[in-house]
Design a protein around this ligand. Structure first.
Ligand code: ADP
Ligand code: MG
Length: 243
């Protein structure tokens, strides 16, 4: 059984159909990517998963339980979904620029009551991302884009999620920095057994970092398969890999 299952979901903004009958799944322990151009509907999909956009039709299940359905036109509240172990790293990072790195990490632990656990998680994050440890007292605005992205990921990990949703972690970053971040994501997936759902415009990087992939165009899934097969697929190559 998949950890996350989207069954025939649609989402609209007024008359704009942003997602059209999308079905997909993410198995526990995997890194799964969703690639697609700007405006394809990727962020809308992540927002639907965490209960920020209602479904017009379809069902989203997580760990065997329905978390969103059109039947009641309701999703679980976003905080409840977070408590169930799904953490979203939003597009554009959304860091608190005037807060220190440490304060940002504390915000990520807002659901955690155990102060010792918070301390322990922070130390763990500083081990994963040594640059954050070195800059823990600095204001976030003084960090580079790549460092801010690492901090946004670390902040999401503070709640010890079972699954993280990453919305274009590579956006606006240089290829070497993206590679560095994706290596960290792979390490976290392995060492912490965190399931990763990675949404990216950067198709090559995302497919290289994942085992399974989906391709979205105009709100629909048009292709799916092993990331390796997608990297070798002619239409993926011509549309997304510049080949
Ligand atoms: N809040 C909104 N109101 C109206 N239209 C929106 C809103 N958010 C996104 N859209 C539209 O929905 C479509 C999908 O957007 P989005 O999910 O942000 O795509 P992506 O993340 O793949 O770039 C686009 O046509 C976009 O203009
Ligand atoms: Mg987006």
């Amino acid at each position: 059984m998949a950890l996350l299952n989207l069954d025939n979901i649609s989402v609209s903004y007024g008359s704009i159909k942003a997602l059209k009958d999308v079905s997909m799944h993410v198995n526990e322990g995997d890194i799964v990517s969703l690639i697609g151009a700007n405006g394809a509907g990727k962020s809308t999909l992540l927002k639907a998963i965490v209960g920020l956009e209602p479904l017009v039709n379809g069902t989203i299940s997580y760990d065997g339980n329905i978390i969103a359905t059109n039947v009641t036109s309701k999703s679980l509240p976003t905080e409840k979904i977070a408590r169930n172990g799904i953490a979203l790293v939003p597009e554009g990072r959304r860091v608190f620029a005037d807060m220190s790195v440490e304060e940002n990490l504390d915000m990520g632990a807002f659901m955690v009551r155990d102060e010792n656990l918070i301390k322990q998680k922070k130390e763990e994050m500083y081990e994963f991302f040594p640059i954050l440890g070195a800059r823990r007292k600095q204001k976030t605005r003084s960090l580079s884009g790549g460092e801010q992205q690492m901090m946004a990921i670390a902040r999401a990990l503070m709640s010890s999620p079972r699954m993280i949703l990453l919305d274009e972690p590579g956006l606006g970053l240089a290829p070497l920095i993206i590679q560095d971040i994706f290596e960290k994501i792979a390490y976290i997936n392995q060492s912490e057994n965190v399931t990763v759902f990675l949404v990216e415009q950067n198709a090559r990087m995302a497919l290289k970092a994942s085992t399974e992939g989906y391709v979205m165009e105009n709100g629909r899934i048009v292709l799916s398969g092993s990331s390796k097969d997608l990297l070798n697929n002619d239409s993926v190559q011509s549309a997304y890999l510049g080949a």
